[in-house]
Design a protein around this ligand. Structure first.
Ligand code: HEM
Length: 186
């Protein structure tokens, strides 16, 4: 995955637990890189190793770390120069979720080797929708909970997300039920 992802993990750990803890995590993961370059590709395995090592050092489950990372990603990308792209992607949570593939298509202009996920919204009701997540990768599903939560914060919208279909159980793709309620009139 592009270095932007590993850089975000580094930033999240350093801001919450400090540089020394990050060094310990890198050491445990056997990753000997001081500066991740956002626009450079790194093996997916490196990202997985960093999450695994962080889980051991911080005493949190990999799932918890991935969720926290998903939530962090929403603010991180905004602060790394993609805020305008995010703002243009929709004015409400459901609108934004419907446009996620367009967002990654725009991201792909700067990241030509991007292997983006694909999302689809179905069963759209006033306060709920089904979110379908397709990915060439495995093991990133817990991130979705954090991402949707982070987007809820961005849109000042309360969200409740549950997984209704799981690739780990043989389903073709992961599916989530997202129930939401904007805090102010939108
Ligand atoms: C402007 C904001 C964003 C940028 C710049 C961005 C960029 C990226 C990049 C660089 C990757 C790594 C893929 C690769 O290297 O091949 C990625 C993956 C991913 N992104 Fe985004 N992204 C953004 C917003 C979002 C949002 C809001 C979501 C919410 C659902 C999201 C969901 C994901 C997921 C789940 C992956 C993992 C890849 C996979 O499942 O195969 N991204 N994104």
């Amino acid at each position: 995955m592009y270095g932007l992802v590993n850089k975000a993990i580094q930033d999240m750990v350093c801001s919450r637990f400090g540089e020394e803890t990050w060094k310990e995590i890198k050491h445990k993961a056997e990753v000997d890189i001081d500066v991740f370059l956002s626009m450079e590709g790194y093996p997916d395995d490196m990202t997985h190793k960093l999450v695994k090592a962080a889980s051991v050092i911080l005493g949190l489950s990999p799932k918890d770390i991935m969720q926290a990372f998903g939530e962090f990603w929403v603010q991180y990308t905004a602060q790394e120069g993609y805020g305008e792209m995010m703002d243009m992607n929709g004015d409400t949570l459901p609108e934004f979720l419907e446009n996620l593939d367009n967002l990654h298509a725009r991201v792909g202009v700067s990241f030509p080797k991007l292997q983006p996920p694909s999302f689809e919204c179905t069963d759209m009701e006033k306060n709920s929708l089904s979110l379908h997540y397709h990915s060439d990768r495995e093991g990133l599903t817990p991130m979705i909970f954090g991402l949707v939560k982070g987007l809820g914060t961005k849109f000042d919208t309360e969200v409740h997300i549950t997984q209704t279909q799981n690739r780990d159980d043989g389903a073709e793709h992961d599916e989530f039920l997202v129930i939401y309620k904007p805090n102010s009139a939108q």
